[in-house]
Design a protein around this ligand. Structure first.
Ligand code: MEV
Length: 324
């Protein structure tokens, strides 16, 4: 009987600490209830055959012996490099048929690359009947991210594996679950602009090298905000959470990673009564988050749409990687 395994992993939203996390400061990330699924089985053909219909990829093929060599088309980079790393670490039982499917658009910045890497790694481990730990899964997936894009803290990989809401330090030095106050009413607005994370991370790196003192001070302040949130989440001062979002946004603005679209939506959300608002992720576009009183949710979301944003209905603190 043909064995196929389907695993799924959640997307993520960065709540606090983006960019500074790349320099070793902590961040807070939450997994969202929109998932990526990877289905995998042996094909007996000595090659991988990958279909990812949502990104227009149909039956991309590569010999197992050539994995990671020659040009790799963008939509299949994380998949091919992950299979290569998996083979080097654990061995591979043969050629693979891989099909991926996603609940969300790759444009939102929900971390589709991390989620596909994690769901496939978990599916491969199960297919090979391996008892990999979460930490082993993290290591192989984080290596894949670094191999493919050269930069990244790995926070998105941690969210996809562990799920929930995490206090996280680069490279998985700390992965600590936090429980978010259930009364937090957070809305998510998509700017309509797709941002390129590695480009923004390199832009910040350039600034850092030219102006180490000033940029380091910004990172230190962002790290302090993250630690205040970590201490406060269980205490439940929701308004303070909003204030800390605003402080984080001012610092991200200073780093130059906000954008006209983000600024407009954030300003309008605050004017409509939100307690706090900030960009989420690399900046330059993608999504923003806003926090307000539950009773004002509709008003705040109308303001987001009025300012050109698209409200995305997402639940936070979703379950990590699992078999479907
Ligand atoms: C991107 O979503 C978040 C950054 O901090 C990059 C990273 O942590 O890998 C900008």
């Amino acid at each position: 009987m043909e064995v196929r395994i389907t695993a799924s992993a959640p997307g993520k939203l960065m709540l606090f600490g983006e960019h500074a996390v790349v320099y070793g400061y902590p961040c807070i990330v939450t997994a969202v209830d929109k998932r990526m699924r990877a289905s995998v089985g042996f094909n007996g053909k000595g090659k991988i055959a990958v279909s990812a219909p949502e990104v227009g990829l149909n039956e991309y093929q590569k010999k197992i012996s050539s994995l990671g060599k020659d040009r790799i088309p963008k939509p299949v980079r994380f998949i091919e490099v992950l299979v290569k790393n998996f083979k080097n670490n654990f061995g591979l039982g043969g050629g693979l048929d891989i099909v991926t499917e996603c609940d969300f658009s790759a444009d939102y910045g929900f971390g589709s690359s991390a989620a596909v890497t994690v769901s496939l790694a978990y599916g491969l481990a199960k297919l090979h009947r391996l008892k990999t730990t979460k930490k082993e899964l993290f290591e192989i997936c984080y290596k894949t991210v670094i191999d493919v894009q050269g930069v990244g803290s790995g926070f998105d990989i941690a969210a996809a594996i562990y799920g929930g809401t995490l206090y996280y330090i680069k490279g998985g030095k700390k992965i600590e679950p936090l429980s978010l106050d259930k009364r937090l009413s957070i809305s998510v607005g998509y700017t309509g602009v797709k941002a390129d994370t590695p480009t923004l991370v390199r832009q910040v790196a350039e600034q850092y090298h030219h102006n180490k003192k000033e940029v380091s001070e910004i990172f230190i302040k962002i790290g302090e905000i993250v630690d205040k949130v970590r201490e406060g989440v269980s205490v439940g001062d929701i308004r303070k959470f909003g204030k800390l979002m605003n402080e984080n946004q001012i610092l991200l603005h200073k780093l130059g990673v906000s954008s006209r679209e983000l600024d407009k939506i954030i300003k309008t959300a605050l004017e409509s009564g939100a307690w706090g608002a900030k960009l989420s992720g690399a900046g330059g576009g993608d999504c923003m988050l806003t926090l307000g009183d539950k009773k004002d949710k509709d008003k705040i979301e109308e303001a987001i749409e009025g300012a050109g944003g698209k409200v995305l209905e997402v639940g936070l603190g979703a379950e990590g990687v699992r078999i479907e």
